[in-house]
Design a binder for this molecule. Structure first.
Ligand code: SF4
Ligand code: SF4
Length: 88
């Protein structure tokens, strides 16, 4: 049971100090979660602290690859508005 940080991460540092298990590491090209330390915040908080603060949609995913903050969840924009229309 652990989350992962993926390429969308902008290395903003917001999540790192909030992790109750020091599972988040500053790394390049993007921050990383030590899956051996991540508990998904179970027993510590009602919500995963990293995903709660992360300002980037799709930057943190669960063990099945599902984004904790999927497209549109933070911006309020429907995903179809996030794709530019192709030019004729
Ligand atoms: S879900 Fe909780 S324990 Fe896991 S990395 Fe995020 S803040 Fe740390
Ligand atoms: S809060 Fe999100 S964007 Fe910022 S470092 Fe953590 S995972 Fe990356």
């Amino acid at each position: 049971m652990a989350f992962r940080i993926v390429a969308n991460c902008t290395n903003c540092w917001a999540c790192l100090p909030l992790c109750p298990h020091e599972a988040i590491r500053a790394a390049t090209p993007h921050f990383e979660i030590d899956t051996a330390r991540c508990t998904e915040c179970a027993g510590d908080y009602a919500d995963p602290q990293c995903a709660s603060i992360c300002p980037v949609e799709g930057a943190i995913v669960d063990s099945t690859g599902q984004a904790l903050n999927p497209p549109g969840s933070l911006t309020g924009l429907s995903p179809e508005f996030l794709t530019l229309p192709s030019t004729p």
